[in-house]
Ligand binder design. Sequence first.
Ligand SMILES: Cc1ncc(C[n+]2csc(CCOP(=O)(O)OP(=O)(O)O)c2C)c(N)n1
Ligand SMILES: [Mg+2]
Length: 586
Amino acid sequence: MAKTAADVLIEGLIDWGVDTVFGLPGDGINGIMEALRTHQEQIRFVQVRHEEAAAFMACGYAKYTGKLGVCLATSGPGGIHLLNGLYDAKLDGQPVLAITGLPFHDLNDTFTQQDVALDRLFMDVAAYNTRVMGPTHVENVTELACRTAIGYRKVAHITFPTDIQDMKADRKMASKRNVAGHVSNVPADSGHLPTEADLQRSAAILNEGKKIAILAGQGALRATDALERAADVLGAPIVKPLLGKAAVPDDSPFTTGGIGLLGTKPSQEALENCDTLLMVGSSFPYIEFLPKPGKAKAIQIDHDPVRIGLRYDVEVGLVGDSRRCLEALLPLLKRKDDRSFLEKAQKGMKDWRELMEKRSSNMEKPMKPQVVAHELGRRLRSDAIVSSDSGTITTWWARHIPAQKGQLYSCSGTLATMACGLPYTIAAQLAHPNRQCVAFVGDGGFSMLMAELATAVKYKLPIVVVVIKNNTLGQIKWEQMVFLGNPEFGVDLQSIDFVKYAEACGAVGVRIEDPKECGSLLDRAINANPSGPVLIEAVVDPFEAPMPAKVTFDQAAKLAESLVRGEPNRSKIVTTQIADRVRELV
Ligand SMILES: Cc1ncc(C[n+]2csc(CCOP(=O)(O)OP(=O)(O)O)c2C)c(N)n1
Ligand SMILES: [Mg+2]
């Protein structure tokens, strides 16, 4: 049987090593669905309940495998639903290909049914973005879409008129310059190495520095050993922005953990006090936590030349793969005899860990969310893949679940969207059937895409979903008070019984309310369903604030102002630890 244009698309994806496509059918992509059906031995279609989740899954798949993530949605509404997940991929630099449908090729832009020009809609999100013009166009555009997404770690988009999908891909219909055999699906490594001169200049600066800090982001995730060796030689603490959480394990003697509002005090102090900064694979956006301009000499390693100097005035930019750049740099570095900067950071970390331990061993009721994160972290396997969402939960995840060697961690770093945690976890489990895949999410973020729990049931995925239930959009509540001095507004959530919900989906549901039972219930819950998901509803104190490592006078004053201006939960907030800090500062 002659191939259809959709067959050419799917066979192109298979050539590029794509093994999974996340999506939801519709009449705008039925031709592509048929090609997926006939190729199901080579490529798997994973059906979602909301296309936004498909795009998150494609992004999560890319994050946790390093491979191309692919999502598929129908014309009009289906394609529109993909957008948030595609922006997540764009902003976190993940290779994702979106495939969408269009109306019949000769009815586009005529107010026909589902007539949304998805190529025009996706102009900003996609680095490669095209509309299929005929069956013999497909081979060339599939090749370029995959190559662009993988080569530049960006989003690519192919939109495909529905009738063209099932047309025969007859080479005889090709235009005279579109000759068969002139396109290749061979992937090529885009990693380059910096020049010898730039390596020498970087080494000279690093060898001269007295107090060196290393900032290791998402781009350093595959450079763990080289990072630790560099930290050892330079006597430098490694500070980890959120997406770099797994760049080195948290028990490494060289790391001071996270940075930013949800980071640690020793990390903040290392960046405040360093005279030299080595940035590795990071575009960490919160520049207020970087050294003041002119305070430190900086070297930056990034695979993308455009990102050199994006956040700090650097002396040298080294463009290339983090591990390879570090390995090229290491032989040029001299071991620092003065270890005092690192030792100070290590002492700071000892104190910080004690503070965290205190907060996470508080056995008062209502249960503190830190207790759940801490108890979960202790039970995770060394192969665990742990995803989170945006919210106060990100702080608990960042600070109280220590990354162990071999584990992977991610969330929506730069878009900071809610709702990606569950889809990421589903994608992780599909990509790594034998690893432990866990979502640590809030009740707000989870309820946005909670229908995907049924997806995990359908595909028999033994994921663990920990929902931190505080019946509030916690992060925003605290922002309203602490950043703006406003009483909270519009942040309460209607309570949902997530245990019943899990059971209704066919999953196992477990509730934890008493901190004293948290560990034993987690033990039981984690292994309660080997052939499907377990949802753990952890009911926590809604008044536990995500404390910045150093509370500023301004933040304290704003919180006091919000209380005076009629904060409805004033009487509860005055008894919390953040209120204690306010009293100390104001
Ligand atoms: C899609 C989306 N909408 C809104 C926001 C703004 N936002 C950031 S965190 C947050 C609250 C998250 O609530 P929840 O998931 O319950 O976590 P909690 O803060 O309570 O721990 C909101 C609304 C966002 N980041 N993403
Ligand atoms: Mg919440």
